[in-house]
Design a protein around this ligand. Structure first.
Ligand code: NDP
Length: 443
């Protein structure tokens, strides 16, 4: 049996219930097959793959808190510190009811390679809880965050592990978490990123993942003699990533016609009005269906189905496995030319293969959504230097980082005669850097 197949089997055997983790490992190792087979003897001897797929450590803990009715609620907290070969563990916290070990592990594993692609000194980790802030009062969210941090603080630190936001964790949650860390440790340090501007946050962090996604998409289209100008774009989700992806897409001359949330999607043929979306989502914490109250000519449809809307560019920015083979077929049939992932692993394996076989320009989240963690690393730099950079300075660095990532990914694919296969390119470029550091550190 080949080394790659052996490791895929081992991961499934050792972590039987973790299907998202199996999927991520399989996707990465399949695309690395070409590199691994070239160096099989050496990698086997050093157990490189066994070490790559086993986290350094994983924490799972009880989080008790009191709701507004005075009842005690119990959730589970997670932090997976996957690999710190090139820097302190870095990766977000996700608060969502479906969070479990498999989801956090797949995210942490992907984060290792993603962070390597940024060119910045950050290792990979991820965490979160099966707590969902949706429908909770501010006081309940605060109670939960303070309780979570009362355990989490033991494992993190500005030079050890630096969490950030992800689904369900925005500026409000980071504020409560930071307040509790500071209270327990008395340390005013850059232990979390995505902080508010008054207490050490970086300008441009809110926009970073969405803007970065578009900088990458723009670079990819240009390299293929295309551009975003006058293109029709469909974006799933209406959270942090989706909103700022839409904003930058419009700035680059495209028209965004659809957004969604987990209940349904809106279609506005005149182009989505982002001022309205920000009011609904960022101020009122409402549902995307409310958009039609502000814009009666727009249409709202309940359920999944956003990918049946014809578009040139599709940007899945909601969650894992949200775009399946049927969605991929609909996009291709409707003339879509490019799909770049804003979310982590939003496209299923068969859908990815379908895009690639049909000549769609397809780029994976670990490369395209790295702008968020990259600006988080810039926030860490500003915190250590006790400095704040301007929005323009951060945005310029972000753009350069995303263009560099595209170049690295493109170059790695070409080196292995896989020109245009950005999935393979991203995995190879990330893997090469992490493995070089692991080998340098010895066993
Ligand atoms: P948010 O919580 O801000 O927004 C998530 C959006 O996705 C919401 O509109 C949510 O709808 C929707 N959504 C969640 N689950 C589903 C589902 N099962 N089906 C359809 N829609 C769904 O999260 P972010 O924007 O921060 O994150 C989105 C994705 O981007 C995630 O995969 C995350 O890991 C990834 N990412 C985020 C980064 C960041 O900097 N924030 C960095 C890199 C990656 P609803 O309101 O109904 O829940």
């Amino acid at each position: 049996m080949s080394y790659v197949d052996e490791i895929i089997e081992l991961v499934i055997k050792k972590n039987p219930a973790e299907k998202e983790f199996h999927q991520a490992v399989q996707e990465v190792l399949e695309s690395l097959r070409i590199v691994i087979e070239e160096n099989e003897e050496e990698y086997r001897k050093d157990a490189i793959l066994e070490r790559l797929v086993e986290p350094d450590r994983q924490m799972k803990f009880r989080v008790s808190w009191v709701d507004d009715q005075g009842n005690v609620q119990v959730n589970t907290g997670y932090r997976v510190q996957f690999n710190n070969s090139i820097g302190p563990y870095k990766g977000g916290l996700r608060f969502r009811d479906n969070v479990n070990t498999g989801i956090i592990k797949f995210l942490a594993f992907e984060q290792v390679l993603k962070n390597a692609l940024t060119g910045l000194p950050i290792g990979g980790g991820k965490g979160g809880s099966d707590f969902d802030p949706k429908g909770k009062s501010d006081r309940e969210v605060m109670a939960f965050c303070k309780s979570l941090m009362t355990e989490l603080y033991k494992y993190i630190g500005a030079d050890i592990d630096v969490p950030a936001g992800d689904i369900g964790v925005g500026a409000r949650e980071i504020g409560y978490l930071y307040g509790q860390y500071k209270r327990i440790t008395d340390l005013y340090e850059g232990v979390l990123t995505g902080k508010g501007i008054p207490y050490g946050g970086s300008l441009g962090r809110t926009e970073a993942t969405g803007y970065g996604l578009l900088y990458f998409t723009d670079a990819m289209l240009k390299a293929n003699e295309l551009s975003l100008k006058d293109k029709t774009v469909v974006i799933s989700g209406s959270g942090n990533v989706a909103i700022y992806a839409a904003e930058k897409a419009e700035q680059l001359g495209a028209k965004v016609v659809a957004l969604s949330d987990s209940a349904g999607y809106i279609y506005d043929e005149n182009g989505i009005d982002l001022t309205v979306v920000k009011e609904i989502k960022e101020v009122k914490r409402g549902r995307i269906s409310e958009y039609t109250t502000y814009k009666p000519t727009a249409e709202y449809s309940a359920g999944k189905g956003i990918w049946t809307i014809p578009c040139d560019v599709a940007l899945p920015c909601a969650t894992q496995n949200e775009l399946d083979i049927n969605d991929a077929k609909a996009l291709v049939a409707n003339g879509c030319i490019a799909v770049t992932e804003g979310a982590n692993m939003p496209t299923t394996l068969d859908a990815t293969e379908y895009f690639q076989k049909n000549g769609i320009l397809f780029a994976p989240g670990k490369a395209t959504n790295a702008g968020g963690v990259a600006v988080s690393a810039l926030e860490m730099s500003q915190n250590s230097q006790r400095l704040s950079w301007s929005f323009e300075e951060v945005d310029e660095k972000l753009k350069k980082i995303m263009e560099d990532i595209f170049m690295k990914v493109d170059d790695a694919a070409k080196r292995y005669n896989k020109s245009g296969d950005y999935v393979t390119g991203a995995n190879i470029a990330g893997f090469e850097k992490v493995v070089a550091a692991m080998k340098a550190h010895g066993v």
